[in-house]
Ligand binder design. Structure first.
Ligand SMILES: [Zn+2]
Length: 256
């Protein structure tokens, strides 16, 4: 089984917004993440099929040599220490972010201890870069194992590319592993109410989880999957919700 990798990051650069971002457009206000032209999602590779996804926090150095970003992930201790937070506080922000996606689509999440076994691994970047990244690897059977990883997000997307809406047509493949990594050298915070510098962890996790479960940037301000950090948004917005429901359907009430 061969795998391919793509990287998506959360960019904080206002300069990336272009005139195209203001173009009026009907239809969905989201863009699905595509790797090699394929739509990627967790669980059954069929649009609208719900999925259960596990996640874990890094318990030590965690390496994925094939990843473009999040290649080496460390525990969150350094992020916590530098920002005067407890690791458990950071973990709770991630848990809350998972909960925001669970509330609006057919995705459920459970935390497990082992990052090797988890679908999504969360930690600090071993090599600090940017702000936060997500790495998504999909399951690929057959040939083409050695083709290089493709980059996406952060500094490489153009406004024109990002503003294209996604109707969600085309082949669908299953995600095999995702990672979310924070730059421990940036200022991180919990909450946006007191005007402190830094980036709100819940917003950041919500955005990066969006990538980790199959959403790309959509360059319309006001969506959590817009590529620019915003303290005006507290969770998935209508376009984000339409996108995630395209992948996983509406919320499923647990019948266990
Ligand atoms: Zn992003």
């Amino acid at each position: 089984m061969a795998v391919r990798i793509v990287v998506a990051g959360l960019a904080f650069f206002a300069a990336l917004t272009g005139a195209g971002a203001t173009t009026a457009m009907a239809g969905p206000k989201y863009k699905l993440l595509r790797l090699d032209g394929r739509i990627v999602k967790w669980g059954e590779p069929r649009l609208g099929a719900p999925a259960h996804i596990t996640y874990a926090f890094a318990t030590g150095p965690f390496s994925d040599v094939e990843a473009r970003n999040c290649k080496r992930i460390e525990r969150l201790d350094d992020v916590a220490r530098r920002n005067g937070l407890a690791v458990a506080d950071i973990e709770r922000q991630a848990e809350a972010a998972f909960g925001l996606w669970h509330a609006v689509a057919g995705v459920s999440f459970s935390r497990i201890a082992n990052p090797e076994r988890a679908d999504i691994v969360i930690g600090a970047q071993g090599t600090p870069r940017g702000y936060a990244f997500a790495n998504v690897r999909y399951r690929q059977d057959g040939q083409d194992a050695a083709r290089p990883a493709s980059d996406r997000g952060m500094n490489v997307g153009t406004a024109k590319e990002d503003v294209q809406a996604e109707m969600g047509r085309g082949p669908v493949v299953a995600i095999e592993k995702s990672a979310i990594c924070l730059n421990p050298e940036r200022a991180w915070k919990i909450g946006t109410h007191d005007g402190r510098d830094g980036y709100d962890l819940r917003f950041t996790f919500t955005h990066e989880i969006g990538h980790a479960i199959g959403l790309d940037h959509y360059a319309r301000p006001g969506e959590i999957m817009h590529f620019k950090y915003s303290e005006q948004i507290a969770g998935p917005q209508p376009g984000d919700i339409a996108g995630i429901r395209r992948l996983y359907g509406a919320p499923v009430q647990a019948a266990k």
